[in-house]
Design a binder for this molecule. Structure first.
Ligand code: SUD
Ligand code: ADP
Length: 290
């Protein structure tokens, strides 16, 4: 049998996040723009003939049976009745629980890569609907392009973004998405907008953000996690800083790498920080077909 093959799983940020309602099953309706970043986890896969899905390394804070990589491989195996197994090795670089979609992206990468390695020939659409069973963010990472998203994040339209740089800070804490969505103070009635409302400003400037499109979860996360507020306040001295997803990461968009590095070099020592560039496309986009 062949050796391990490596596949990239990129991070994302949410350029804004509006909560516009709630479904009968409790899931929240939202509008967001997902932007892929050149910060990656690496997922290494080695197909096996014994039918066993096995993670072969330890990932701090993520037991193997709860790992979205393992759950994605098992789901694909059940769905297709594939008799093959796989050894999985995950190298984490995306902060866990950071609102950067690391777990969802790992799962998407496993679905895309195993579809190819196990020669299953599922379409991108089929992989996206399987992915949705694992998490609301997973279909986006299979979609392949930056996207305007609606529904619970699964209704996706390609959006063109400037190739900006981002300073991303994470106060080394893990925010639970479920806990933030369950907060009674959360407003769920932001008026729905259109993609062209959002893109209007971006077309006129070199910036991807729009002042009227904010993150509705930001206030709640900042009140429950003062460390996120501190990060946001620190980064705001340089411009329009935002929180990504349900936190804990915050980001600032800048036009060039030097400015981003200069700001990042000044960050408080207690927080994790990095500079990332926005990607146009997912690195595995050519492994899936419509
Ligand atoms: C908020 C967002 C924005 O991109 O991202 P993150 O900050 O988590 O990365 C996503 O919508 C998160 O997607 P994902 O992380 O896949 O969430 P899931 O595992 O599906 O959901 C975790 C829990 O959050 C709540 N949830 C999630 C999504 C949604 N639209 N409404 C919800 O109410 C549900 O209670 C659910 O059980
Ligand atoms: N491969 C994985 N990488 C990161 N987190 C994972 C993974 N598998 C399962 N999880 C779980 O998913 C949750 C959310 O993690 P993550 O996707 O990193 O954050 P977020 O949803 O905030 O973007 C964590 O509680 C973590 O335990």
């Amino acid at each position: 049998m062949q050796d391990f093959q490596s596949f990239l799983a990129p991070a994302k940020i949410n350029l804004f996040l509006h909560i516009t309602g709630q479904r009968a099953d409790g899931y929240h309706l939202l509008q967001t723009v997902f932007c892929l970043l050149d910060l990656y986890d690496t997922v290494k896969l080695k197909p096996s003939t014994d039918g066993v899905v096995k993670r072969v390394n330890d990932v701090a804070g993520v037991p193997a049976e709860q790992d979205l990589c393992v759950r994605a491989a098992k789901l694909l195996q059940q769905h297709t009745k594939c008799p093959l197994g796989v050894d999985i090795l995950v190298e984490k670089h995306i902060p866990i629980g950071g609102g950067l979609g690391g777990g969802s992206s790992d799962a998407a990468t496993v679905l895309i890569a195993l579809n190819s390695l196990w020669q299953l020939s599922l379409s991108r659409k089929e992989l996206m609907s399987l992915g949705l069973k694992l998490g609301a963010d997973v279909p986006f990472f299979i979609f392949g392009n930056n996207a305007w998203a609606e529904g619970i994040g699964e209704q996706l339209t390609e959006i063109n973004l400037h190739n900006s740089y981002y300073v991303v800070l994470n106060p080394n804490i893990h925010v639970s998405t479920a806990q933030i969505f369950a907060n009674k103070q959360l407003t769920k009635n932001t008026n729905p907008k259109t993609m062209s409302d959002f893109s209007g400003t971006a077309k006129l400037t070199a910036c991807n953000l729009n002042a009227e499109f904010i993150n509705d979860l930001e206030k709640i996360v900042c009140s429950e996690y003062p460390a996120v507020l501190d990060c946001l306040n620190w980064l705001s001295q340089f411009g329009d800083a935002r929180m990504s997803g349900s936190g804990a990461s915050v980001f600032l968009e800048v036009v060039d790498e030097k400015t981003a590095v200069d700001i990042c070099n000044q960050k408080p020592k207690s927080v994790q920080g990095f500079v990332a560039k926005g990607l146009n496309q997912h690195p595995l986009i050519n492994l899936t077909v419509n």
